[in-house]
Design a protein around this ligand. Structure first.
Ligand code: N01
Length: 513
């Protein structure tokens, strides 16, 4: 293709430098696909583990599994790692990989548009040096499913005069000591930050819309001896990792096919409530009325004791409005506050980045998904969006195990696709509509008996049509099996064209083997 002034040509443009983008960079590099750039809007690698710095931020997946298979870390301090440690891990992996020279930080992708003539994605970015444009053969989006904070739509929230921030954009300049603080939300983030805030604030109101099932957590630190074994005994850490992996996978049938088995989890949750809370009224308020697993099962030993503390009130009356200095609930009670923390989650089923990705025919990903919900072939490629690969795409998230396993599975598929494109001289790969529809239908079928659909709750796993377009409805090894190689027979392909060709692909126009 002819070069356009001010535009950089790259083979692969990776969006995001979190676990997904970093893995894509490392694995493309290993596969000798070295002409890539990673565009990251944050100032460093780490994604969610760099951005989420709220007090008490820790991982709720065991450390042994929450790392890349190709970069085990014998130094994890605890069974569940703190945020800072996970971020430092990603930083070290990035440094060791030798790929950081192709990372561009503090730069946002503002627009990505498929150019039919050029057979490339034209990607515009905005960074400290102003706007920039790339023409990329492929775009690999690792922008994260839980990255865009969702602020609650509550009357008067904009009129609040005190400090207000989302859990994922913590304002460390705000001193909470002795203050009157309100926290809206009781999800995974809130249950970690509330116990930390309880220790320093004057008074805290926690606004709960729906209680979660919260079970005990193994808080143990690894001993020096254990770390030495992980480091020096060949296979020891990998064996523990496999054990943890197997234990978590053994839970899948309860989520996916036999939700009644979740009663065992509910029993654990109720014991956790009884242990942490003495007030019978409060116990009642925090006990969920839906099947465990329907929403993400949370783990904490500190959440219930924090709610039981003298300086904390759990408010379950719905919020009616927010004034300049207080929250007013439907029963008319006004509770004055100095600081408002919103721990209300993220845009998951309507990811904002989809508005900025325009595929064939000028349609954005948001347009397409708005019609029928998020869908992608194997959670990774999308009809109408050639050469676009979504890591952590639709129906790839997990409620029971480590996302890094899924990320590595998808990255392998992407690398196989890149290799196939190079080997076969292909400019374009795009999943057929039929392949994508069959994949989605299979997911919907499997989803029917799951606890996420039958458990009697509303959750962010479900989209506006009531479909779970978020989670993978099975064991992670089956997902990996599906993505073990690039199945080019499910793709429309186009060979590399001379510049300015407008030929469109024909179904099954494969390079014959
Ligand atoms: O968000 P959430 P999160 N008025 O969506 C409430 C991951 N994560 O940031 O349940 C009042 O879970 C909402 O109430 P309801 C993990 O995958 C991982 O806590 O919708 N309340 C809920 O209580 C997790 O699942 C770790 O009725 C409102 C809360 O806000 C995901 O991130 C740690 C409201 C939102 O909870 C999201 O967790 C933290 C409104 N208008 C997070 N709107 C790890 O440890 C929402 N709520 C790896």
């Amino acid at each position: 293709m002819s070069a356009t002034p001010g535009r950089s040509n790259v083979d692969h443009l990776i969006v995001g430098a979190g676990f997904a983008g970093l893995a894509a960079a490392i694995k493309l590099d290993e596969a000798a696909e070295r002409d890539f750039v990673v565009i990251e809007k944050d100032s460093d690698v780490g994604g969610t583990w760099h951005i989420n710095t709220y007090p008490g931020a820790e991982c709720d997946v065991p450390s042994q599994l929450y790392s890349y298979s190709f970069a085990l870390n014998p130094e994890w301090s605890k069974v569940y790692s703190p945020q800072q440690e996970i971020w430092e891990y990603t930083r070290k992996v990035a440094e060791d990989s030798g790929t950081l020279d192709r990372f561009v930080f503090d730069t946002a992708v503002v627009d990505a548009r498929w150019d039919e003539d050029e057979q490339r994605w034209i990607v515009r970015t905005e960074g400290p040096d102003g706007p920039k444009e790339y023409a990329a053969r492929t775009v690999i989006s690792g922008s994260g499913g839980l990255s865009e904070p969702r602020l609650p739509e509550i009357e008067g929230i904009d009129s609040f005069q005190g400090e207000i921030f989302h859990s994922a954009r913590w304002d460390h300049d705000v001193d909470l000591a002795g203050k009157r603080v309100a926290v809206i939300g009781t999800g995974a983030s809130a249950i970690q930050l509330v116990p930390e805030l309880q220790k320093v604030v004057g008074h805290m109101d926690v606004y709960q819309r729906t209680p979660n099932w919260v079970i005990p957590r193994n808080e143990r630190s690894f001993t020096g001896f254990e770390k030495a074994v992980f480091k020096n005994v060949p296979g020891a850490q990998r064996a523990l990792r496999s054990l943890v992996y197997g234990t978590l996978e053994a839970r899948v049938p309860a989520f996916a096919r036999f939700p009644r088995a979740m009663r065992a989890v509910e029993l654990q949750g109720k014991r956790n409530i009884a242990k942490g809370i003495s007030d019978p009224e409060l116990r009642k308020k925090v006990t969920p009325a839906y099947r465990a697993g329907c929403k993400r099962i949370l783990i904490s030993n500190k959440w219930y004791p924090a709610l039981d503390a003298d300086n904390v009130d759990l408010v379950t009356d719905p919020i009616q409005k927010i004034t300049g200095d207080a929250i007013v609930t439907a029963d008319g009670v006004e509770r004055p506050i100095d600081v408002l923390v919103v721990a209300t989650g993220f845009y998951v089923t309507e990811p904002p980045i989809a508005q900025h990705i325009t595929g064939r025919g000028g349609r954005t990903l948001a347009d397409v998904w708005d019609e029928g919900g998020m869908a992608a072939y194997k959670g990774t490629t999308i009809h109408g969006f050639p050469n676009l690969f979504q890591v952590v795409g639709p129906n790839t998230a997990l409620g029971h195990s480590s996302m890094i396993f899924i990320i590595e599975s998808q990255v392998r598929y992407v690398v196989e696709a890149a290799k196939a494109m190079r080997a076969e001289g292909l400019a374009v790969v795009e999943p057929t509509q039929a392949a994508q529809d069959a994949w989605t239908a299979g997911i919907r079928r499997k989803m029917k008996p799951t606890v996420w659909q039958t458990g009697g709750c509303a959750s962010w796993y479900l989209d506006k049509f009531g479909n779970n377009t978020t989670l993978w409805p099975g064991q992670t090894f089956t997902f990996r099996q599906h993505l073990r190689s690039f199945d080019i027979d499910k793709y429309d392909v186009q060979p590399v064209q001379p510049p300015k060709s407008t030929q469109s692909p024909t179904s099954q126009e494969k390079v014959s083997s």
